[in-house]
Ligand binder design. Structure first.
Ligand SMILES: Nc1nc2c(ncn2[C@@H]2O[C@H](COP(=O)(O)OP(=O)(O)O)[C@@H](O)[C@H]2O)c(=O)[nH]1
Ligand SMILES: [Mg+2]
Length: 305
């Protein structure tokens, strides 16, 4: 049976919810609000990948509001916590396309190996082409033949054009050709798949910068957006990846994958608190349909449902 998107989101977040609010609800039961209880909640938040910064903010806020509202029962904290988490998540809502973006809009899809870049490109291509946009894919992960093959399969499934070359060829050259082709064919959105070898290697960052430069040469004034893909199931590790990439390339959107089935989805709260980059989409599975626009209100509702 096919679930509606909200049901799907709820189901994906079950383990995260258990790990976060499930544990907190149990902890506050029949206890009074005191420092001990707040310490216990703090520990649960940290263990649920919410991150130190957001956790500290949440605990401070609980203390302050409990005092202001003269609350005494531990269970009263749940409603406060839900409000505060929703408020943090709300910072992540994004707009996808600026009205003055010239066509083709170009999305560089970047991120560490294995986080789900290529899969996400397949999902994005399917989604936008079904919405009537003309989409093209550039296979710029030329590092391995298998990577080119993989993205070609996604292009075929989503029925969009692809520009590719042999493995080992210069990724920037492929990007240049793709950008030129996208312009000639009046493409609306060009999705550029990139390699994700270790983010500690400065050559990867240099390569990404070069791709950007070259694309701008091919399509002067192009609207180039860099979308960073992170793997939500790695929890706090995902955060440090963002920081490394953000230093090298200007990311204007984040896509968090693999939120299905993980208990580490609390990382979304850390992403919102610490990164200041909006979340465009979330990945909820390996299938072509398993991508949802991030909507903080829905996300919070699914988390607290
Ligand atoms: N469960 C789950 N798996 C995903 C998701 N996105 C990608 N994957 C899987 O993650 C693995 C790596 O994906 P891939 O797109 O090749 O990553 P890349 O190296 O960044 O291009 C594949 O097995 C995908 O099926 C997701 O949202 N949920
Ligand atoms: Mg890939």
């Amino acid at each position: 049976m096919k679930l509606n998107p909200f049901e799907k989101l709820k189901k994906s977040l079950v383990r995260t919810k258990d790990n976060l609010l499930g544990k907190i609800s149990q902890t506050v039961r029949r206890r009074k609000i005191d420092d001990d209880l707040l310490d216990d909640i703090e520990e649960i938040l940290i263990e649920a990948d919410v991150g130190v910064k957001a956790t500290t903010r949440l605990i401070e806020s609980l203390k302050e509001k409990a005092r202001e509202q003269k609350l005494t029962e531990g269970e009263d904290l749940i409603a406060l916590l839900k409000d505060d988490i929703s408020a943090i998540l709300a910072r992540e809502d994004s707009t996808l396309f600026a009205e003055n973006d010239s066509k083709p809009v170009i999305w560089l899809i970047v991120g560490v190996n294995g986080v789900g870049k290529t899969t996400t490109i397949g999902k994005l291509a399917t989604r936008f082409s079904s919405e009537g946009q003309k989409v093209m894919i550039a296979a710029c992960d030329t590092f391995r033949a298998a990577a080119i093959e993989q993205v070609a399969i996604w292009a075929e499934r989503s029925n969009v054009d692809i520009v590719k070359s042999q493995s080992g060829s210069d990724p920037a050259a492929v990007a240049f050709d793709a950008a030129k082709a996208a312009m000639a064919r009046e493409v609306d959105l060009l999705l550029v798949d990139t390699a994700g070898r270790l983010h500690t290697k400065s050559n990867l960052m240099e390569e990404l910068k070069k791709i950007k430069r070259v694309v701008l040469k091919a399509v002067p004034g192009a609207a180039i957006h860099t979308k960073l893909i992170i793997d939500g199931s790695t929890g706090q590790n995902a955060i440090s990846q963002v920081q490394v990439f953000a230093e090298a390339v200007d990311c204007d959107g984040i896509i968090v994958t693999k939120l299905d089935g993980t208990a580490k989805g609390g990382v979304m709260i850390a992403v919102a608190e610490e990164l200041g980059v909006p979340v465009d989409f979330i990945g909820l599975g390996e299938g072509i349909e398993d991508l949802q626009r991030f909507d903080s209100r829905q996300f919070a509702e699914a988390l607290f449902a």
